[in-house]
Design a binder for this molecule. Structure first.
Ligand code: CP
Length: 316
């Protein structure tokens, strides 16, 4: 594996990726896992490069794992959030990013509440841009770490079925996962209240290989894996749910509801969790949960992405 075979300048979504591109990231992630298993978790492939983490929206997992990933690759890392930066004085997103580039940023990792913000920036700067989650739209590195985690558990995604349950409408994680899972050969079942499913998908226009259900029992029947999604109340207008308690009763993932999946089907959640709402505490902390594996794999996946975009050497 050398970064020379990688042709993309930015990582904005995975919606137009080829199977080969997914395989390249997943196999590079395997190599990065080996780096992380060493006593000294460092490889010099990004020595002399600067990775800027610009998070204009809250994050724990994505921000910290990109930081750990960049440091493990020996890059210099700069962290910036809207709060405490000149964004508070009215500086535009583009001026902020151009400033960060002028200060030496080679890769800009951007999280933003507006869908499309990373595309807007990527068209206007020379640095590589990585989308760390934009509005309702896409979260490519999350989909890649989910795919890596599922493959580690299931061996392959070909001819497997993954149920994604919850607030699909507001979920950039669900959207990117649909593309990744389909490209890697899986079928997808999307399940949630009708008000939290994209209207076109609910009305017969879902992508090929994607089934939409509002009944959780039907959605979970015989699936190989389950992904619970957080209720994104911060993105909801009023009136989409009768009540959180009602939602938990009808669509919450509990041990009893999981009885109809394939035996031992793993349960994923991108985090942060609302325990007792979209997922019962007993499931989140139970033997099927791979939530911490997802978080751990996130570092290796993000190392792979940064390496493919900006790496200058093969990892030693
Ligand atoms: N999954 C995810 O994006 O988590 P954070 O918001 O904590 O980064």
């Amino acid at each position: 594996m050398t970064p020379g075979r990688w042709s993309r300048h930015d990582i904005l979504d995975v919606d137009d990726w080829s199977r080969e591109e997914f395989e390249m990231v997943l196999s590079t992630t395997e190599a990065m896992r080996e780096v992380l298993d060493r006593p000294i978790k460092r490889t010099p492939v990004l020595r002399g490069k600067t990775v800027v983490l610009f998070f204009a929206e809250a994050s724990t997992r994505t921000r910290v794992s990109f930081e750990l990933a960049a440091k493990a690759l020996s890059a210099d890392v700069v962290n910036i959030t809207s709060s405490g930066s000149s964004v508070e004085k009215g500086e535009s997103l583009l001026d902020s990013v151009r400033t960060l580039q002028a200060l030496g940023g080679d890769v800009i990792v951007l999280r933003h509440g507006s869908s499309g913000a990373p595309y807007f920036v990527a068209d206007r700067v020379e640095a590589s841009v990585v989308n760390a989650g934009d509005g309702w739209h896409a979260h490519p590195s999350q989909a890649l770490l989910d795919a890596f985690t599922l493959r580690a558990r299931l061996g392959t995604l070909s001819n497997k079925t993954v149920a994604i349950v919850g607030d699909v409408l507001h979920s950039r994680v669900a959207r990117s996962n649909v593309h990744a899972l389909r490209a890697l050969g899986a079928e997808v079942v999307l399940c949630g209240p009708p008000t939290l499913l994209p209207a076109a998908w609910r009305c017969g226009h879902a992508p090929a290989g994607v089934r939409v259900e509002t009944d959780l029992g039907r959605a979970l029947e015989g699936v190989d894996a389950v992904m619970a999604l957080r209720l994104q109340k911060e993105r909801m207008s009023a009136g989409l749910l009768p009540s959180t308690r009602e939602y938990a009763r009808v669509w919450g993932i509990t041990e009893a509801r999981l009885a109809v999946t394939k035996p031992g089907a793993p349960v994923l959640h991108p985090g942060p969790l609302n325990e007792g709402v979209e997922i019962a505490a007993a499931v989140a902390r139970g033997p099927r949960a791979v939530i911490e594996e997802q978080v751990t794999n996130g570092v290796a996946v993000r190392m792979a992405l940064l390496y493919l975009l900006a790496g200058t050497e093969v990892p030693d």
